[in-house]
Design a protein around this ligand. Structure first.
Ligand SMILES: Cc1ncc(COP(=O)(O)O)c(C=O)c1O
Length: 458
């Protein structure tokens, strides 16, 4: 069959069909599918999309709140002041923590936690590997050694059953990363931490409002670190927060975030500005807090909508052969749904590669990605760089700093499996849609499944 078609012929046929076809295809099949708007043909082959509408935009701003932000800008107090304090009080209350410190971003929330903690060169920190550099920069700033414990490929979280085997007399802390908005098993992790007297820094940058038996993530560990970066469910653009119940630690964190000055020295004040700890300057600004206070008002309702939609969507997706939604840890009572991740089994899709699946699903109007690229964190050069410094050479043996041996020792097969099989639906906006939008999502996946043989050979 001759499938090529001239542009002139295409335009003629398009206009005959009301001119709705898109000049994206180069074969007659796709062209005809577009003209007829055939929903049974995969959109990537020119058929009509399973979801043809746009999704709720993210991040979203309610213009009714403009005045609250412009009030700050029209005033002269732009650096940390009353609004930042108010935001901290509200975030602590929302999370159920005694103290909150607002900072510039999630990366610095995490780093600050490690910087003020009892952690020194020669110590070890057990880290979750399904993340990127931001989670553990502070571990390296302190001259400590990241030790990785594999994830459970069904939950994507640090596998607590493998945790204790990694503990040595040098272990000082654990870093669980609650990835994709799901929860690590904090009950077991904390049990182990208490038994071995370890500090716990929770990376909650993707999991605001996720709760275990009604207790929010971030309140289990020594500190809980949040990001308010644009894509997150609590978007400020940039911003972060550290929550803790430890008054002394909060005090040190405050000093650290403000040049190392004593707590409650405010910007612009020249009282007692002698630094007493080695600090940094990572203060949240007033206009960031103003945005945050507005966004915070919507968070509860949006989280509820996402949870309701996910509860509706999950059985539909789980019923499709080859799709296994990531399993929330059993005692989870609420999820943030920053992402909606599932495990893709290409053998149930006639061998259609994960990359082709993601492309086909996105073409259906359901934006999907393969998640983090296959570049395990324990093989990344930023760790290797630190091994070459005099500090590391002084505190670790040459055997411990052997890069090939380090990579082999930290290998995480569960993580590698996840890299190959994960699909993330970016759901901050998507899961705010209607039930019929959720039907579209399930229909899109079903459609790709039904047409997988055709898509594989396309
Ligand atoms: C798991 C995780 N950790 C840390 C961060 C760092 O947060 P930020 O981008 O606010 O610095 C992010 C967000 O980007 C994240 O997703």
């Amino acid at each position: 069959m001759n499938t090529s078609i001239s542009r002139r012929e295409f335009l003629k046929r398009s206009s005959a069909a009301g001119g709705t076809a898109v000049l994206a295809a180069s074969t007659a099949g796709p062209l005809l599918a577009q003209i007829s708007g055939d929903a049974s043909i995969p959109a990537v082959l020119g058929g009509a999309k399973a979801h043809g509408k746009s999704w709720p935009t993210w991040p979203a701003w309610d213009p009714a709140n403009d005045a609250e932000v412009t009030k700050v800008l029209h005033g002269t107090t732009w650096s940390r002041s009353k609004l930042v304090k108010q935001f901290e009080e509200k975030w602590a209350e929302k999370m159920g923590a005694k103290y909150c410190l607002a900072v510039v971003n999630g990366t610095n929330a995490l780093s600050a936690s490690f910087m003020v903690m009892d952690l020194n060169p020669g110590d070890e920190v057990i880290c979750a590997p399904y993340t990127f550099s931001a989670s553990l920069l502070g571990v390296l700033y302190k001259g400590a050694m990241p030790v990785f414990v594999d994830i459970d490929p069904l939950t994507y979280q640090m596998d607590p059953s493998k945790l204790e085997a990694k503990i040595t007399p040098r272990t000082k802390a654990i870093l669980p990363v609650h990835i994709c908005g799901y929860a690590s098993d904090m009950e077991r992790i904390m049990e182990i931490a208490r038994k071995h007297k370890l500090q716990v820094v929770e990376d909650v940058c993707q999991a605001h409002m996720t709760a275990i038996k009604g207790k929010n993530l971030g309140t289990f560990g020594t500190t809980g670190c949040f990001s308010f970066q644009t894509s997150k469910v609590m978007p400020i653009g940039e911003g972060g927060a550290i929550i803790t119940d430890d008054a002394e630690l909060h005090d040190r964190l405050y000093s650290y975030h403000n040049y190392g000055y004593k707590t409650n020295i405010l910007p612009g004040s020249y009282d007692n500005i002698a630094a007493y700890i080695l600090g940094n300057k990572i203060r949240m600004a007033e206009y960031q807090a103003a945005i945050g206070l507005c966004q915070l008002r919507k968070l509860e309702e949006q989280t509820q909508i996402r949870n309701e939609n996910a509860a509706y969507l999950t059985p539909k997706l789980a019923a499709i052969p080859g799709i296994t939604p990531v399993k929330p840890y059993p005692n989870v009572t609420r999820l943030s749904y920053y992402m909606y991740p599932f495990i893709y089994n290409e053998s149930e899709f006639n061998g259609l590669s994960r990359a082709s699946f993601v492309k086909a699903l996105s073409a259906e109007g359901v934006p999907a990605s393969p998640g983090y690229p296959k570049y395990p964190i324990y093989t990344q050069e930023f760790i290797h760089e630190m091994f070459k410094t005099e500090v590391y050479k002084k505190f670790y043996t040459s055997k411990e700093l052997d890069w090939e041996a380090y990579k082999a020792k930290n290998e995480c097969p569960g993580l590698m499996e996840t890299f190959d099989t994960s699909v993330w639906l970016s759901t901050t906006g998507m899961l705010l849609g209607s039930k019929s939008d959720m039907d579209d999502v399930a229909r899109a996946v079903e459609k790709v499944h039904k047409n997988s043989a055709k898509l594989k050979t396309a």
